[in-house]
Write a protein that binds this ligand. Structure first.
Ligand code: ASP
Ligand code: MG
Length: 477
């Protein structure tokens, strides 16, 4: 069995859904197809919840209903069952909005429930269309099968329950269509797996069913070695290891939702990233096979809006437990640490976190170290914001001499100051912290240094060829 996932832009309208049916029907294997909501619908639903606090967005609900009905009509797949489903869903949605409005507030639980409607609608339309096209598919109800707990909007998978649910209800000798993104918790309340979570849903099905492979179909050719919005010469990556793909997806390469990799690694399930608009293109393959690429660096990427915390003081030198207390106090206030550096003099610890939680972090750290700070053993916690982390990623960077040297000299030559550096012992990721204003420049110069030919054509115009000009020409010669 194979699992295929189609993202929002791949199911945006009738024409694209027909393309999806084409792709699916050309696969000889048994398949489970996971779909996202129609393009833009998750955002629209989220907005409905927010707007309802002030005013009931009746017209927007009507428009959203119309969009789904029009699509079903255009695909010639509307029938009584689907019609009733639209009626029920949208009158339920209208009631929820009334409720939010009456209370003047919403909760994450309500938001998760409403946002998940997008996938329920799209999957039912596509299921009905597949039937009309003679494609024999059953419906797998992800809300029943996938169990996830914790927060409503980014719930964490209960793998044991989910895998057992999936294995006991999916028959591998037939085909299924399933909504992505949605699940329910132990109390049977609807939850979502986080924005972009349909990728993860597909990987969960693939992991549970030990699928031959997972194909994720979107509107891009695959993973690129840099963000194409920043680097014009960004190139497609043909193959990646799971770790490289995870690192790249974590840092800005929005093609893949990072948790997707986890269920695949456990059973060595290959992942292919493909483009619905050019299905003939090879795409990016992610698996355990040895990379045939000579270049040890696979990609250069960035994480923006990073804040730095600096915990320093003579009281820290040679003392045990400071780092532990730093991390514990950040954990207590719910902050996840992105990057850590500590020099061997142990005089300071520098921690990178999301910039918007800096105040929360200072509060947590200041109360933890109140005693030490009041005695002058520690300096008051320093913070700084508007940084970016630039990372160079590649499994084969390990034991290659000179790579970090090249990073530093390239940045230095271009006048970019490095604020902090981190490299794990796996050497799969070299990260440097720089001012956010230099982010695009840094990515471009590093991309150029690691991925393009060494010669560059420039056009030079010199005005006034006197003594200096003549000498200069001589030097160029
Ligand atoms: N529809 C959800 C979102 O927009 C999930 C997904 O498409 O992956 O985040
Ligand atoms: Mg996505």
């Amino acid at each position: 069995m194979i699992v295929l996932k189609f993202g929002g832009s791949s199911v945006a309208n009738a024409e694209r859904i027909r393309q999806v049916a084409d792709i699916v029907s050309n696969k000889p294997e048994q398949k489970l197809v996971v779909v996202s909501a129609l393009k833009g619908v998750t955002d629209a639903l989220k907005e409905l919840v927010q707007e309802s606090i002030q005013e009931i967005p009746t017209q927007k609900i009507i428009d959203l209903k119309q969009r789904h009905e029009d699509l079903a009509n255009e695909l010639n797949c509307s029938n009584t069952e689907l019609g009733n489903y639209f009626e029920e869903t949208f009158s339920y949605l209208q009631k929820i909005c009334l409720g939010i409005n009456a209370l003047g507030e919403s909760t994450e639980r309500v938001e998760a429930l409403v946002m998940g409607l997008g996938e329920k609608l799209s999957s039912r339309i596509i299921h009905s269309f597949f039937q009309v096209e003679g494609l024999n598919f059953n419906y797998a109800d992800s809300e029943q099968l996938i169990v996830a707990n914790g927060t409503f909007l980014v719930a964490s998978l209960d793998e044991e329950k989910t895998y057992s649910n999936i294995n006991s209800s999916i028959d591998k000798s037939t085909n299924y269509i399933a909504p992505g993104f949605i699940a329910s918790n132990h109390d049977a309340k609807p939850v979502t797996l986080g924005r972009g979570g349909s990728d993860y849903s597909a990987a969960i099905y693939a992991g549970a069913l030990n699928a031959e492979r997972l194909e994720i179909w979107s509107d891009v050719d695959g993973m690129l070695n840099a963000n194409p919005m920043i680097v014009k010469q960004a190139k497609m990556i043909q193959n990646l290891s799971y770790e490289e793909a995870f690192e790249l997806s974590y840092f800005g390469a929005k093609v893949l939702y990072p948790p997707t990799i986890r269920p695949l690694v456990a059973s060595n399930i290959p992942l292919e990233l493909k483009n619905t608009f050019s299905p003939q293109k090879e795409g990016t393959r992610i698996d355990t096979s040895e990379s045939f690429d000579e270049n040890p660096v696979k990609g250069v990427t960035a994480l923006s809006n990073v804040g730095l915390l600096n915990i320093s003081g003579i009281g820290m030198a040679n003392q045990k437990g400071y780092a532990k207390r730093v991390f514990e106090s950040l954990e207590r206030v719910g902050i996840s640490v992105i990057l850590i550096t500590q020099c061997c003099s142990e005089h300071s610890i520098c921690v990178g976190i999301e910039q918007q939680v800096l105040d929360l972090a200072i509060a947590g750290l200041s109360s933890e170290f109140e005693f030490e700070i009041s005695r002058g053993l520690l300096n008051p916690v320093e913070t700084d914001s508007d940084y970016s982390i630039i990372a160079l990623i590649g499994d084969k960077m390990i034991n290659r001499i000179g790579l970090s040297g090249k990073v530093f000299s390239v940045l230095g030559e271009n006048g970019i100051n490095i604020k902090a550096i981190a490299q794990g012992a796996s050497e799969r990721n070299i990260s440097v912290v720089i001012n956010k204003t230099n982010e695009h420049k840094a990515i471009n110069v590093l991309h150029e240094a690691f991925f393009t030919e060494n010669t560059k054509k420039i056009h030079l115009y010199i005005a006034g060829k006197g003594n200096v000009g003549t000498a200069f020409f001589g030097m160029i010669q």
